[in-house]
Ligand binder design. Structure first.
Ligand code: NI
Ligand code: MN
Length: 230
């Protein structure tokens, strides 16, 4: 799987032949000003919840790519009114079989409202399951969440998580210590940190965080960086 970091909680994942873009918040993010949003390709845009710092560039990227929007029912309905015609609504606990990849929507402990304040349904995370070189891979993209015990269900169902994308910025989501606990709960091999350093309240000392995550592979991305995750 190839992953590209676009800053804050936004990643592009390339799984098989398909490109998934999750939580696009790029043009309002000063730290991501070198990203050329018009060059981003996507087959699917996934949104974990309705907050502005996760959905800001959805319409723009939809217009550029005609990607299918995948999010909870309330979020996709809100974007339908903004002209997003290609969309799949889901809800917590539901799974979708896409070409080469299954996606399950799992619970997050967080709020969700749309940028105009309207109801945004429940915040969620996503689990991706796919085969790479005939080996099953499991990716947990937590979205914004506090630590919660239902993360254990991911380990119960899938056994392990190869790559866990976890928020570590604290204040609005888990901080480093809770994210370490989350990595244990899902049985993660590699942790990819996100949702930190974008704004002053979520500043994190990455070197300290690295020490905290010493039991795991800790894969830090620079903004704009693309890596093959094996
Ligand atoms: Ni949020
Ligand atoms: Mn957020």
């Amino acid at each position: 799987m190839k992953a590209t970091y676009y800053g804050h909680g936004c990643f592009g994942l390339e799984i098989g032949k398909k490109k998934f873009l999750i939580d696009p918040f790029i043009t309002p993010n000063e730290l991501a000003k070198n990203i050329d949003v018009s060059s981003i390709k996507a087959d699917y845009i996934l949104l974990t919840h309705g907050h502005e710092d996760h959905v800001a560039d959805t319409e723009l990227i939809y217009k550029n790519t005609q990607a299918t929007l995948i999010a909870n029912f309330e979020v996709v309905n809100w974007f339908e009114k903004k002209g997003v015609k290609e969309r799949i609504g889901m809800n917590i606990g539901g799974a979708l079989q896409l070409e080469g990849c299954a996606i399950k929507m799992v619970s997050a402990l967080h709020s969700s409202s749309m940028p105009d304040g309207s109801y945004g349904g429940l915040a969620a995370g996503f689990v991706f399951v796919f085969e790479e070189d005939e080996v099953e891979k499991v990716v947990y993209f937590a979205g914004d969440t506090g630590l919660h015990k239902e993360m254990e269900l991911i380990q119960e169902e899938f056994g392990f998580v190869d790559f866990a994308f976890l928020p570590i910025g604290d204040v609005f989501t888990m901080g480093v210590n809770d994210a370490i606990e989350a990595a244990y709960l899902v049985n993660a091999d590699t942790v990819v940190p996100m949702h930190y350093n974008t704004f002053e309240p979520i500043e994190v000392e990455l070197e300290e965080a690295k020490i905290g995550f010493e039991e795991f592979r800790f894969e830090v991305f620079n903004i704009g960086e693309e890596k093959e995750l094996i």
